[in-house]
Design a protein around this ligand. Structure first.
Ligand SMILES: [Zn+2]
Length: 360
């Protein structure tokens, strides 16, 4: 981290000089999954007893794992308590980020792609499909119902989703974006009437809180409501599924609404965009020899070719897929177009891209 920290020291104190202008640089958040965060903060990793990066909850050993059962004695960690290592059981050493003028608690948010989508959502599906307790494990007949409903939804999923729903028994192969789609969109429909009421309502508390925290409009105004829903979800997780499943990720939900208050909606600090970029870098590796060198060469080639990415579309609407098959409305003329591309979405003539909700 030395080169990064040295660069950041200069950038954060002096800004960045570019073409005679001084550009102020702020560091909003360092986005990383739990093991990476623990490593660069030099703190206990997510299986440890004092691993929560936001509060001093002590994990307890329960049925061969460490679980985090919240009680009222826990205290929120602060930048000052972190720097002074007040809770010495949390720290393993000195973080290389200490010299930087940052709030070292707020700048490392809990990250929604790993914590909620791959963490808690996948765990719920695992418990429904593979759990050992019949109280919440769904019989195969009901699993088929969920998959059938996801299949029905398939033809209504618009282009803005990069993946279409797959059967739920393939959940182990679902990507993070598929788990997100299930949590935020398809899950409430697919599970209705399949899970018993208490388990369905419990899932809905997670769904609704995440919809709020992912929303530009409601992330701040309904933040405390989302926080209370998450509190309900975590408390009842132990009651419905058992204490042994209240893992680091489940406990972490208690803190994520505060990260949203500080940094804005969930996607502002999620790993999705970084994972997408890593995907692009990965595609530059053509064989297994010296992968880093291959990526460097491809990037240098792009620079030397003065590679310009396709400019992003402005507010203009672009039309594609011309046709002459009508029907024409009065005063219009051919050609007509099947697809209209807007800045953030597209409309098309087929069912999945041709339905809009209007304000009324
Ligand atoms: Zn905590």
């Amino acid at each position: 981290m030395k080169y990064l920290v040295d660069d950041l020291k200069i950038l954060l104190s002096e800004g960045y000089f570019y073409e005679g202008r001084n550009i102020v640089v702020n560091l909003q958040a360092i986005v990383a999954d739990a093991p990476a965060r623990a490593f660069i903060k030099s703190v206990k990793c997510h299986g440890g007893y004092f691993a929560c990066e936001k509060c001093t909850v002590q994990g307890v050993y329960y049925e061969k794992r460490v679980v985090y059962l919240t009680d009222s004695t826990e205290v929120c960690r602060t930048d000052s308590s972190f720097r002074n290592q007040i809770d010495d059981q949390h720290h393993l050493g000195e973080s290389p980020f200490l010299p930087l003028p940052l709030d070292l608690i707020k700048v490392f948010p809990y990250e929604y792609m790993h914590l909620i989508c791959i963490g808690v959502t996948k765990k719920l599906i695992f418990l429904w499909l593979k759990g050992k307790v019949s109280k919440f494990r769904t019989p195969s007949r009901d699993t088929n119902t969920i998959s059938d409903r996801l299949h029905q939804i398939y033809s209504f999923v618009p282009k803005e989703f990069n993946r279409k729903p797959r059967p739920i028994n393939e959940f182990n192969r679902w990507k993070a974006s598929e788990l997100r789609q299930f949590l935020l969109y398809s899950g409430p429909v697919a599970l209705k009437g399949v899970l018993s009421e208490s388990y369905y309502n419990h899932f809905m508390s997670l769904h609704l809180s995440c919809r709020i925290l992912a929303s530009e409009t409601f992330a701040h105004s309904q933040n405390r409501y989302a926080s209370s829903l998450l509190q309900y979800f975590v408390t009842n997780f132990a009651i419905l599924y058992g204490k042994k499943f209240v893992s680091y990720n489940v406990h972490g939900l208690l803190h994520i609404s505060d990260d949203v208050l500080h940094l804005g909606r969930l996607d502002n600090f999620s790993a999705f965009r970084f994972e997408n970029h890593l995907g692009r870098l990965k595609r530059m590796v053509k064989n297994k020899n010296n992968p880093l060198t291959q990526v460097c060469y491809r990037l240098i080639e792009r620079q030397s070719l003065n590679f310009q990415p396709i400019p992003k579309q402005g507010d203009k609407v672009e039309l594609s897929s011309p046709h002459w098959s009508g029907p024409l409305i009065d005063g219009s003329c051919n050609p007509q177009f099947k697809v209209a591309h807007f800045k953030k979405f597209q409309l098309g003539c087929d069912e999945r891209d041709g339905t809009v909700l209007l304000k009324w």
